[in-house]
Design a protein around this ligand. Structure first.
Ligand code: G3P
Ligand code: MG
Length: 355
């Protein structure tokens, strides 16, 4: 049987097709390195799996699962389709906050502070999830600049802030939708809400009784990555580092552990949601959506991609193009099925395994 994959690809006549095989790809550090740098191996792999290069007798299903976000799912899918050169359908992209859509249903008629990104993009994500009263930090600064006087609104920000008297607004939750561009401002606003009376800025709960302190505002994070791989060759701090700083400040001020809800890889809610999404995609392309699946997760971060895949019972392929680096013999914190130089070598190994 001809088992070569490489340049000549699978030969349908001689090789059984890997019908149970599917892939879950992380984005940053696997398909991309930073906002504008798509890895050439990534393009070749997605051409192979989508069938667009004709090397496969039929497509091998895949989806993308990222701890990135900050742009409405539909918008990000269109951008990624363009960048990666492959047509992604609605069931092929899970962003850090995609699984949160169902969770925030209970807040749809309540004011929610939406943290993350530079401009209004995260507000638009919130609106796309049905939240009717999403406010962003710039709205608060526009109302009372002295809340955090280290930040001046830019003219662009002044053009989109929502002028509101927040002394009458009772926030139900603070949702960190994406990495913030102003840690000091947003840590301050989050701590204000957590210690407020009924989520009203400018108020303070009376004292912190360690035994029964119950904040009125729920704090939700969408990504626990302490580090991630951007254009810079050394990993950069992510939303998980932002959360750690809030945890430490909150502890030093109140003596209490920060109360929060965490979404994103490696957590169960994200992998359960992604499995549902994958099966919806299989149904959409008339493949066996209820049958047994052998999913291979390809990631660069052992703490999010490998740990999550292993816990979910998927195979895991750890690549060397992102956060993980074993140049000095470092072993990954979570053991993958294999370690591979890059996504292309990893995919070819997985196909060999499955034929
Ligand atoms: O902010 C994105 C970063 O935390 C990691 O994204 O695609 O590697 O899960 P990704
Ligand atoms: Mg990554």
């Amino acid at each position: 049987v001809n088992r070569t994959i490489g340049q000549r690809g699978l030969h349908a006549t001689t090789t059984p097709f890997p019908n149970k095989l599917a892939f879950a790809f992380d984005i940053d550090g696997v398909l991309k390195q930073g906002h504008h740098n798509v890895l050439p191996q990534a393009k070749r792999v997605l051409e192979l799996l989508s069938g667009s290069d004709g090397r496969l007798p039929k497509p091998i299903p895949f989806l993308l699962i990222t701890n990135g976000g900050g742009v409405p799912d539909e918008e990000r899918r269109a951008i990624l389709s363009e960048e990666l050169g492959v047509e992604l359908t609605e069931n092929q992209l899970v962003q850090s906050h995609t699984p949160i859509k169902e969770y925030v249903e209970k807040y749809k008629n309540k004011p929610v502070l939406i943290i993350g990104g530079k401009g209004e993009s995260c507000r638009r994500v919130a609106e796309s999830y049905g939240l009717k009263y999403p406010y962003i930090p710039q709205d608060i600064i526009a109302w009372k600049p002295s809340i955090w006087d280290r930040t001046e609104l830019t003219n662009e920000e002044k053009s989109f802030v929502k002028t509101t008297d927040f002394s009458k607004i009772s926030f139900a939750a603070a949702l960190v939708m994406h990495d913030t561009h102003d840690w000091g401002r947003d840590i301050t606003l989050i701590l204000d809400l957590l210690s407020s009376n009924k989520g009203i800025f400018g108020t303070r709960k009376k004292g912190y009784d360690k035994s029964n302190f119950k904040g009125d505002v729920e704090l939700i994070f969408s990504n626990a990555d302490v580090e991630w791989r951007s254009d810079w060759p050394i990993p950069r701090l992510g939303q998980g580092a932002f959360r750690l700083s809030i945890e430490n400040i909150y502890k030093s001020i109140t003596g209490l552990n920060l109360p929060f809800i965490q979404f994103g890889k490696p957590f169960k809610s994200t992998y359960d949601f992604s499995e549902l999404m994958l099966r919806r995609y299989l149904k959409q392309v008339n493949r066996n959506s209820n049958g047994e699946l052998n999913v291979y997760m390809v990631g660069d971060n052992p703490l999010s991609d490998i740990d999550g895949a292993n816990r979910h019972g998927w195979s895991s392929i750890l690549v060397r193009t992102g956060v993980f680096n074993d140049n000095n013999g470092e072993l990954p914190s979570h053991k993958p099925t294999i370690i591979s130089d890059d996504v292309e070598k990893g995919v070819e190994w997985a196909i060999q395994e499955e034929i």
